[in-house]
Design a protein around this ligand. Structure first.
Ligand code: ADP
Ligand code: MG
Length: 679
């Protein structure tokens, strides 16, 4: 269901195919002379797959994907219909897109937004129940070319990184045979629950998470779900999901049970970053559809259930250099190690210097519930390198000193590195940003987030540091490159090694230690997003031509507003659920207890002090719930997100306690135990 190179070859003339492949390989504009032929070929292929419509598929700032379908049909003027698809329709679209968030970039009176074909991500077919649609991956910009989506800055940042990698390659005497590009493999965690329960929980339906729910007696204490045998219904879902993803060209390859009951993971073979982001977007969509087919609901929220593990998305990032090699993989000779160490140190510096941007890129209302809650990395961005790499880094920092572990001193560009273990068993699972053999793994990304944001930041900040390094190296003569590299790396390590932490990131000691080191600990989304509004952010993103000041500012505005909106409707829904579902159930039970006390005491003159106590407890908590709901309603109106979240937590406290007392058969919501264990 993917329009691959071989499809294009089959349907295009040799000349057109050659021109198209050049465009895709080298970037740049499609030759307008072949546009119609390219579109016609794509249409023929699509129709052979049952397509009646086409759509420009794009990624607006909602964080979701968007599509508006057009049929191929055109009237031929003689009472009949012909199927047409022009080059123009392939290359550019103008969806009536005035309702997408633009952060003030596009007032509605000039609401034009254009979608433009991204030929580097292949077109694909989405199958519906009765027909199919040709989907063309596109970017989405305003009429002056201002980015209104998640793909535009990604492509720009990939270009920035590619430019700097080539520049560095030349300086280090590495032969360039291709374009450098970032690689990405996104591991995706998710929950599956029975769809019946999903329909019974308005909070899940509307917010993606449970706003109430008492922790069950058994959840993940024994870690007996992790990597466990997969239940047959879940397995059927996974098989179906894999097949659907393969049809779409997404190379998903691993599947397993995660730590929490009802939690799972899917991961692909890594790809070119742009493709990997698109494929992850598709994956999130397909997961929900396939789940529905199996009577399940797939929850992608970062924290659907309080008290058990939340879901993240691991962003495995590396760079394939212009020599076609992985630049985060230590090589076999001093030359290859030099570029590995430069890349490594560039990442260290970038992550330390711009930790705030990385933190901002993973900030969301959902991820706030997960970060730092003892099953996910804290909000402090730090790097894990492992002992052996740390040892090498320390040697470089010391310059002339002897190292016991190595039995010598490492000279960059001259010495070979000791072989580093790719899959050391002691890999630190608690670090938000870990070196894992031949790539960095950014683990603080939320399960529901697009991979675009964090990758845009990573590409941009590493490109910016490489830019500085190259500028420095350009000042030295060719002969002295190795020495200059050694000096640059030494300085980077000295200045930025504070960001390296190989210990347990989940501990209180680390929080204290990080503070001492001056590392940021931005606990909430608003604190983190502010980092995007700094002078430094505007400068870096503009310098690397990824986002100009207006574009970045508009993103800040949208993300902040989205955050406030989510807190607001979650608060409104929580208060409403308390009033219309929880309190009535609690009162019903209190009445039963009151009747019981009355009858026991008057008819049998029996003992009822414990029942009275229970009644008191239920009525007391009901009172608490009512007043907490009232308080929440009034606080939420004030739009103070900190106070609102506190008021929500107070309400939840009363409600969850009631759940422990009110009979299950009159409790109006499915319990955690039911949702997590029945599948
Ligand atoms: P785990 O982290 O679970 O041990 P792996 O190390 O095998 O698993 O890989 C996790 C993810 O990292 C996979 O999606 C894999 O494709 C991806 N990955 C591996 N190498 C690279 C690379 N050079 N660039 C980007 N992603 C990579
Ligand atoms: Mg991982």
């Amino acid at each position: 269901m993917v329009y691959t190179w071989s499809c294009a070859k089959k349907y295009l003339s040799e000349k057109a195919f050659k021109s198209l492949s050049e465009t895709i390989k080298n970037g740049g504009k499609l030759n307008p002379g072949i546009a119609d032929e390219v579109a016609e070929a794509m249409k023929k292929w699509a129709i052979s797959k049952g397509a009646t419509h086409f759509t420009h598929w794009f990624q607006p700032l909602t964080g979701l994907t968007a599509e508006k379908h057009d049929s191929f049909n055109q009237l031929d003027g003689e009472g009949s219909v012909v199927q047409k698809f022009s080059g123009e329709a392939l290359i550019q679209g103008e969806p009536d897109a005035s309702s997408f968030p633009s952060g003030g970039l596009r007032p509605t009176f000039e609401a034009r937004g254009y979608t433009g074909w991204d030929p580097t991500s292949p077109a694909f077919i989405k199958e519906g129940a009765n027909s199919a649609t040709l989907c063309i991956p596109t970017y989405f910009v305003g009429w002056k070319g201002e980015a209104l989506d998640k793909k535009t800055p990604l492509l720009r940042s990939m270009k920035a990184l590619s430019i700097q990698a080539e520049r560095l390659a030349k300086l280090l005497g590495i032969k360039c045979t291709q374009k450098a590009y970032a690689t990405l493999g996104g591991e995706q965690e998710y929950f599956l629950i029975d769809r019946e329960f999903y329909y019974q929980r308005v909070d899940l339906l509307q917010t993606g998470r449970t706003l109430f729910g008492k922790e069950p007696a058994k959840h993940q204490q024994l870690a007996d779900h992790y990597f466990g045998a997969i239940k047959s219904r879940v397995m059927a879902f996974m098989e179906d999901l894999d097949r659907e993803m393969w049809k779409l060209g997404a190379p998903v390859t691993t599947r397993h049970n995660e730590v929490a009951p009802g939690q799972y993971e899917i991961a692909p073979i890594f790809e070119n970053q742009n493709l990997a982001v698109d494929h992850n977007m598709l994956c999130m969509e397909v997961m929900q559809k396939v789940a529905e087919r199996h009577g399940l609901a797939c929850l992608l929220h970062e924290k659907p259930f309080a008290g058990v593990n939340g879901s993240g998305k691991h962003c495995n990032w590396s760079v394939t250099g212009p020599d076609g090699k992985n630049w985060l993989s230590p090589g076999d000779n001093p030359h290859e190690n030099e570029r590995f160490l430069v890349m490594l140190c560039a990442v260290i510096k970038a992550v330390d210097k711009y930790a705030g941007f990385l933190r901002a890129a993973i900030a969301s209302a959902g991820n706030d519930h997960r970060l730092g809650s003892h099953e996910a990395p804290p909000a402090i961005i730090s790097i894990y390198l492992g002992d052996q790499l740390m040892d090498i880094i320390e040697q470089i920092e010391k310059g002339g000193a002897k190292s016991a572990k190595q039995g010598g001193t490492l000279e960059v560009g001259v010495d070979s590195l000791p072989t580093l273990p790719r899959h050391a068993s002691d890999r630190n699972r608690t670090s938000p940003f870990a070196f894992t053999g031949a790539k960095f793994e950014f683990r603080a990304v939320g399960s529901n987030q697009t991979l675009s944001g964090p990758n845009v930041v990573l590409n941009t900040i590493v490109a910016d540091v490489l830019d500085e390094i190259c500028t420095e190296l350009e000042k030295t003569g060719k002969k002295d490159t190795d020495k200059a590299v050694q000096k640059i790396l030494k300085n980077i390590i000295k200045e930025h090694k504070r960001v390296i932490f190989n210990g347990d990131n989940y501990t209180e000691e680390w929080v204290k230690e990080a503070k001492k080191r001056g590392l940021l600990n931005l606990k909430t989304t608003p604190e983190a997003l502010k980092e995007l509004k700094s002078k430094e952010a505007f400068e870096v993103f503009e310098r690397q031509k990824v986002l100009n000041k207006t574009e970045l500012q508009s993103r800040y505005d949208i993300y902040q507003e989205t955050y406030e909106t989510i807190i607001r409707y979650e608060a409104d829904l929580a208060a409403n659920m308390a009033r219309t579902l929880i309190v009535p159930a609690a009162i019903e039970y209190a009445n039963v207890l009151a009747e019981n006390v009355k009858s026991v005491e008057s008819i049998t003159k029996g003992k009822s002090s414990s029942t009275r106590k229970l009644l008191k407890e239920v009525s007391g908590l009901t009172e608490d719930a009512i007043s907490a709901a009232e308080k929440l309603e009034s606080v939420a109106k004030g739009n103070d997100t900190v106070k609102t979240r506190k008021a929500m937590a107070d309400l939840r406290g009363a409600v969850d306690s009631l759940e422990g007392l009110v009979p299950a058969e009159i409790w109006p919501l499915p319990s955690y135990a039911e949702m997590l264990f029945i599948s």
